[in-house]
Design a protein around this ligand. Sequence first.
Ligand code: PLP
Length: 361
Amino acid sequence: MSLPNHGANPNHLAKALGMALPEHIDDFSVNTNPFGPPSSLSKMNLIDLLSDVSAYPDPHVSELTARLAKINNVPTSHLLVGNGAAELIFLIGSVFRQKKVRIIEPAFSEYRDACLAHDCQVESLVLEAPWKLEKKHINEAIKDIDVLFLCSPNNPTGVRFEDETMVALVEAAEQAGVYVVIDEAFYDFCEQNKGLQELIHSYSKLILLRSMTKMYAIAGIRLGYMLADEKLIQQIKKRQPPWSVNGLAQKMGLQLLEEDAFVRQSVLSLSTERERMRGELVKLDFDISPSTVNFYLVSEQKKEDLKPLMLFLAEQGIVARHTYNFNGLNGKYLRLAVKDMQANDRLLHVMAKWRRQCSFS
Ligand SMILES: Cc1ncc(COP(=O)(O)O)c(C=O)c1O
């Protein structure tokens, strides 16, 4: 059995590693907000929600689209809600069927899967640690392709590419007739909480992807959206199955968009904890990626494969995300989520134990 392709799969991971996990585990492989979902979700009126179970949902997702468009300051014609960002990634793949695609990696693995499923030719531009996209990369990134995919803030490194570089990239791509898909699934975890939505007004080949899964911890609900030029939105919409965004998701999405205080508090707590973890893990001689979000990569000097650490953590009830299926990382790193202080302390305790064990062996 091979290792799981995504985080949040502790039982699959344990089976693949041929081991049993202890009864209590902390799943640091899942990178959704540990403080979510917001309590208002559980307070929603069940009778109201049940009416959304028996009725067909609004096929145009009108209310949620209007609310998201307002928040992002774009016309509703420039926004499409999907059954998670994952659905939109596959729809984008289908629009660009058989085209030449490049992915700036390491990055979320579904861009490649979606493009390969639609017979695209897929190439990579692999960034090296500390995974900074620079202006000098732009020409190479957009050369001889139809579509470029990238993820910022990046999953798995947590690195947010600088706005100035992104604007230069989008501008160069527009001039060259290259579409650019920027996945901003984690943009709302950054302290600046600033996406690139303003650019949608000026660039017809830019596609921004957003997920509501991560901040609100609603992986089971399936809600994401994209921002793009009207023509492109229409082309993608034509391919989307009717009623793709179910009625419960539409109603819950509207409720969640009222949760500004929850978002602000989550970002503050997670940023504080991330920086605390960075300091503590560096003291223990681990290297940490320059993350701006709710997860980070950890590595050890002179170690090319972190499987022994992953196994040790799992035995102690800490599930980490392996990086074997991230181009450019190849198992040399583990991705760890930022959780609440108690869980982070449990992780630190086990990491310190590992360090002590290493220094004795
Ligand atoms: C970078 C990135 N984009 C998109 C997705 C998919 O999100 P959703 O749950 O909205 O389909 C994920 C999920 O892990 C992700 O990490």
